[in-house]
Design a protein around this ligand. Structure first.
Ligand code: ATP
Length: 134
């Protein structure tokens, strides 16, 4: 079976780096992406979402906070400001971040809070909560 290398890299270093992957699926801003080996080259911005990497009949899921995917026929690279393996996610921290973001969004109309920034923080927290422990 054809495979490719997958790297997920953040400013803190690599979060995932494996050869032998069979498929990567996630959601770009333009819609769902399912990448198989030999895919045409592509660069796309990602949503804050799960990235699923299929290898050896297992699927590794990562919580990825946006960034970009670069696809080449033999390698997929994801560059993001943050990415976590489910076991590394601190649920209490994510729950606190979710609550802070929700409070900011509620106040935003009166107090000039940066609505877009609070919405992104909320999206990151929800993504982490959804994937923690999976
Ligand atoms: P917080 O407000 O809790 O810092 P955040 O969404 O603003 O959340 P980021 O700026 O996305 O955090 O991430 C900063 C760093 O902290 C990254 O390395 C990220 O992987 C890590 N991180 C953020 N939230 C969590 C979490 N709940 N569990 C584990 N690591 C986390």
């Amino acid at each position: 079976m054809k495979t490719f290398t997958v790297s997920v890299v953040t400013p803190d270093g690599p979060v995932y780096e494996e050869t032998g992957a069979e498929m990567v699926s996630t959601k770009a801003t333009s819609g769902e992406l399912g990448i198989l080996p030999g895919h045409v080259p592509l660069v796309a911005p990602l949503t804050i979402n799960a990235v699923r990497i299929k290898k050896d009949n297992n699927t590794q899921t990562l919580a990825v906070s946006g960034g970009f995917i670069e696809v080449r026929p033999e390698k997929v690279t994801i560059l993001a400001q943050a990415a976590e393996r489910p076991g590394d996610i601190n649920v209490d921290r994510a729950a606190a971040a979710k609550e802070r973001a929700e409070n900011r969004l509620q106040k935003s109309k009166q107090e000039g809070v940066d609505f877009a920034r609070a919405q992104l923080a909320l999206d990151r927290a929800i993504n982490r909560i959804n994937l923690a422990g999976k």
